[in-house]
Design a binder for this molecule. Structure first.
Ligand code: CP
Length: 343
């Protein structure tokens, strides 16, 4: 795939279609998504070695900038960068100058002055990583680690890797995403990835108050009744109720939500017997999922966490490779102009 100035990928792809930032799955084709999955597959073996390191980012500096809480994403980005041999800086936002009123732009300018090569950004504001990618010094890669309700592309890709490992591929798959779709950047990125990779059915199962307007336009069907929605499923993905993003009363009570939409053993029995159970975490036991299901034989929740390292290694190494290729291309062009006496 190539990117032109009018395409949404003008920012995240090089002219010859390589990744240089990773901001969203929108506009990324099946070939590139499959390339990310295949690259991640090749990194799984690194995590099984006694010395878990490859030199792909040796000498590079990766800065983790998390303006929202995180356990899985932040830790696995850090481990991924270290396994690629990068130097890693985890900026603690609570004790950084942001808490003294420094703007995001000024924080970034200062970190760029330390010769950083990559920023991994989580922010409550949708579009923050995109904003940073527009203004960052050429050669510095921006990776979206979750922005507002917009996107969580590495989470969706680690989910796709987990599905591919357990189901062999996406053709013919029936997948449901259950719960708080309204506030979920994870669901938006998963729906996008599942459509691009060719899943047969993508259902969202939720009460009307937890669905975005025109949710079908994302590329899914809607089911309000959990029992109907579970029928014949190959994959069920549970979501956390994002109470921190809820304004007003969207639910009668957590107990009522669990009764209607919580994944219990009884409800799981309505799906295909080999249906896998996924959850991006953090899980709330007894709110969206029963402990016996979360810890049960069909659960792949901890496999998702493990796969987060390989996916993040893939995305970081591919984006850095794209930045290097682009820089080389510009140098070649400049040297061509020089030779012709045009520079
Ligand atoms: N899945 C996910 O984004 O988890 P964290 O908030 O712990 O990073």
């Amino acid at each position: 795939m190539t990117a032109n100035a009018a395409s949404p990928n003008h920012l995240q792809l090089t002219r010859d279609g390589q990744l240089r930032h990773f901001l969203t799955l929108d506009g990324l084709g099946r070939e590139l998504l499959t390339d990310i999955l295949d690259t991640a597959d090749s990194f799984i073996e690194v995590g099984e070695r006694s010395i878990k390191k490859v030199p792909l980012l040796r000498g590079r500096t990766v800065v983790n900038l998390f303006f929202e809480a995180s356990t899985r994403t932040r830790s696995t980005f850090e481990l991924a960068a270290k396994r690629l041999s990068a130097d890693v800086l985890n900026l603690d936002i609570n004790t950084s100058a942001t808490s003294k009123g420094e703007s995001l732009s000024d924080t970034l300018l200062n970190l760029e002055a330390m010769a950083s090569d990559m920023f991994v950004v989580r922010h409550a504001q949708s579009g923050a990583p995109h904003f940073i990618a527009q203004s960052v010094t050429p050669g510095v890669a921006i990776i979206n680690a979750g922005d507002g309700r917009h996107a969580h592309p590495t989470q969706a890709m680690l989910d796709m890797l987990t599905i591919r490992q357990h189901k062999g591929g996406f053709e013919g798959l029936k997948v449901a995403i259950v719960g708080d779709i309204l506030h979920s950047r994870v669901a938006r990125s998963q729906i996008r990835a599942l459509n691009e990779l060719g899943a047969e059915q993508i259902r969202v199962i939720a009460p009307g108050t937890l669905l975005p307007r025109d949710v079908e336009s994302l590329g899914c069907t809607v089911e309000y009744d959990m029992a109907r929605g579970m029928k014949d499923l190959d994959v069920v993905i549970m979501l956390r109720l994002q109470k921190e993003r809820m304004e007003g009363a969207l639910l009668p009570s957590e107990r009522e939500f669990y009764r209607l939409y919580g994944l219990s053993q009884d409800k799981l029995a309505l799906a295909h017997p080999e249906c896998i159970v996924m959850h991006p975490g953090p899980i709330n036991r007894g709110v969206e999922i029963e402990s016996a299901v979360a810890d049960g034989p069909q659960s792949v929740i901890l496999n998702q966490v493990t796969n987060g390292i390989a996916i993040r290694m893939a995305v970081m190494s591919m984006a850095m490779g794209g930045q290097v290729a682009e820089r080389q291309q510009k140098l070649n062009e400049l040297s061509g102009l020089n030779e012709r006496g045009l520079a």
